[in-house]
Design a protein around this ligand. Sequence first.
Ligand code: PGA
Length: 244
Amino acid sequence: MRKKILAANWKMNLTHIEAESYMHTFLGEIGEVDDVEIVMIPPFTSIPVLAQISEKAPFIRIGAQNMHWERSGAYTGEISATMLRVLFVKYVVIGHSERRMLFGETDETVNRKVHSALEAGLRPIVCVETVLRRQLELGLKDLSVKDAVEIVIAYEPVWAIGTGRTATPAQAEEAHRFIRSVLSKMFGTGPAERVRIQYGGSVKPENAQELLRQSDIDGALIGGASLDPHSFAKIIRHAEAVLH
Ligand code: PGA
């Protein structure tokens, strides 16, 4: 059984002060959750505050939105995997379509980052959107089977991101099956069955349950709707409802 993984990608939103009050509201609404995995992915500046909060709510995992592939060095403005790891970050988003489109991220840089993240003990959430087979084959190139099962894939059709338009559950399920078939060729069927594949793109309380009911949709990467603690809490409730 793949545990559903619901991740809040705040993108460049919320100060660390706002993050603190968000978490107060959010935790108050969800109580303790252990049947689905929750990952908060704030901007770097809010990671320490979230790390502190998660000491009291250990079921909350923390993710980062990006990282550099080198361990350290003269890379002004960059953050390394180790820097994230020591802040108790567990996941890192790699190759989000906004980074590919606006910041020149390529399949090659994605691949370097994936290797470097795993080496540092972080679990990559690798985003793919259009040319799925190529993005998977190049982005996950030279990974061992042991590493491959640590990865989460986020399927995010670009036309659905921030637009209010969502893939239908059937469309999303079909893409997820295709992704699993590519993973299966790369790493074998058993390992491919263990990899969690999230759907992303205008997920909100109104459509979450239907999407999460699909057998190959193992979670969601949520942007806009995750900025409101009430709406993210509702999505968590829907994810739990799918299990019962
Ligand atoms: P959205 O963003 O939910 O606002 O569409 C999803 C994402 O880009 O991760």
